[in-house]
Design a protein. Structure first.
Length: 139
C-alpha cells in the first residue's frame, strides 16, 4: 500500500530526466539513484509549499488555493528569490488560458448541432460510397 502512495506522490521520471539533461553539460552523467533522490526532494518541496499555501488559504477562509497563496508560502518559507519568476510564469499561464478560451472549435463555429453534423457526415459518406461503387462497376 505504501508503494502505491509513493507512486502517487512522485514525478514522471522521464520528465525529470529531460529537465536534467537540458540543464547539465552533455559530458556529465546523472546516476539513477541521484535522479530518484532529486525526484524525492522535488516532491518534498512541492509538499512543503502546498501545505504552507493551504494554511494561508484556510486563514483567509478561502476554499481554493490561488497563485497568491503559493507566492505568500514561498516568501514565508524563505524562498522569496523565486517569487518574481513564479509571478511571470503565472501571468504567462493566464494569457495562454485566455487565448484558449477565445478559440472555438470548427464544430462550435459551424452553428450546427452534433446531430446535424453527424447527419451531414453520414450523407457525405453515402455519396462517397455511391461514387466508389459507380467507379467499381465501370472498371
Amino acid at each position: 500500500m505504501a508503494d502505491s502512495m509513493d507512486d502517487e506522490l512522485s514525478l514522471p521520471k522521464a520528465t525529470v530526466q529531460k529537465v536534467i539533461s537540458e540543464i547539465l553539460p552533455k559530458d556529465l552523467a546523472f546516476a539513477k539513484e541521484t535522479r530518484d533522490l532529486l525526484i524525492e526532494c522535488c516532491v518534498e518541496f512541492i509538499h512543503l509549499i502546498s501545505s504552507e499555501a493551504n494554511e494561508i488559504c484556510e486563514k483567509e477562509a478561502k476554499k481554493t488555493i490561488a497563485a497568491e497563496h503559493v507566492v505568500s508560502a514561498l516568501e514565508q518559507l524563505g524562498f522569496g528569490e523565486y517569487v518574481e519568476e513564479i509571478q511571470k510564469v503565472a501571468q504567462e499561464h493566464k494569457e495562454q488560458q485566455k487565448s484558449r478560451e477565445k478559440k472555438q472549435s470548427k464544430f462550435d463555429q459551424s452553428g450546427k448541432t452534433p446531430e446535424e453534423l453527424q447527419a451531414m457526415q453520414e450523407e457525405l459518406l453515402r455519396k462517397a460510397r455511391e461514387r466508389y461503387e459507380t467507379n467499381a462497376e465501370l472498371q
